[in-house]
Design a binder for this molecule. Sequence first.
Ligand code: ATP
Ligand code: MG
Length: 330
Amino acid sequence: MSQYDVLCIGNAIVDIIARCDEKFLADNTIIKGAMNLIDTQRAELLYSRMGPAIEASGGSAGNTAAGVASFGGRAAFFGKVSDDYLGGVYTHDIRAHGVAFDTAPLTGNPPTARSMIFVTPDGERSMNTYLGACVELGPDDVEEAKAKGAKVTYFEGYLWDPPLAKEAIRLTARHAHAAGREVSMTLSDSFCVDRYRDEFLDLMRSGTVDIVFANESELKALYQTSSFEAGLDLIRNDCKLAIVTRSELGSIIVRGGETVQVDAIEIAELVDTTGAGDLYAAGFLFGYTTGRTLAECGKLGSLAAGLVIQQIGPRPLQNLRQAAEQAGLL
Ligand SMILES: Nc1ncnc2c1ncn2[C@@H]1O[C@H](COP(=O)(O)OP(=O)(O)OP(=O)(O)O)[C@@H](O)[C@H]1O
Ligand SMILES: [Mg+2]
């Protein structure tokens, strides 16, 4: 018996989203398409230069948890907010999606994390993240019953940036595996892979992680190769199941000798790519934990990702179960 389908663990971040032109990124030395880490001073500077913005609860694994719940899956989340205004907003939003979220908030400073996300006319998002309260997430925040009671745990590679979260992940993985569950991760960002390549490979090769999600550039960064095919052959041997997304080219899923190719859905207009990878993982994991084939899991991922990139913000506005039923996937 499982209590949850998916337990997600990640940095709990409120997104502050605005449009900008290419020149703005260059003038402010923001690496396009990346997650740029910033301190308080730079956060203030960038915010003062930002145009009219909208706020939305985000965070990579938090978005995935919300997506799983929108499909009708049972989702839980571990992540650290502060007991401030944005922390209250974050908590409300993730719970309103139906996600079980009980991590104790931090009292006082540092404040709840925020990411200033600049969306260029091509739809690409460039994130500037102040980690705030996330630096306090640690092993004390691991709820053993949830770790043992979730069919699959899913965490972000981004959690290697704050100091203590990796200990929380290792503890959660021990609980999960002791209960016969599976553990998955996303490689998050190619620069993040560059920072923690050896540790990520060790998580996979030691069996701490069973399932890996990556996009094409993260896969290439992991194996320091320019060849997608070479990267795919390597990851096939390093984990039980790997899912590699390729934007409009869809995704490729490898499990042992098996390879499954999944198409992206056709979209009317690319508005904001924020959340594409997160929502792909949500659809895939909902399918996976409800016993579907890899091809079906991939199609649910493509649908959720394709919907979220046609709107602003990282969490789909429509109900994903209904959308999947309408698409004939459920
Ligand atoms: N232009 C597009 N058209 C249709 N589907 C897309 C497009 N871009 C992305 N997707 C969907 O989103 C999935 C994930 O996209 P991608 O590989 O770009 O992930 P990502 O780089 O992790 O995204 P992000 O980090 O911006 O959330 C793809 O497998 C595809 O299903
Ligand atoms: Mg991504």
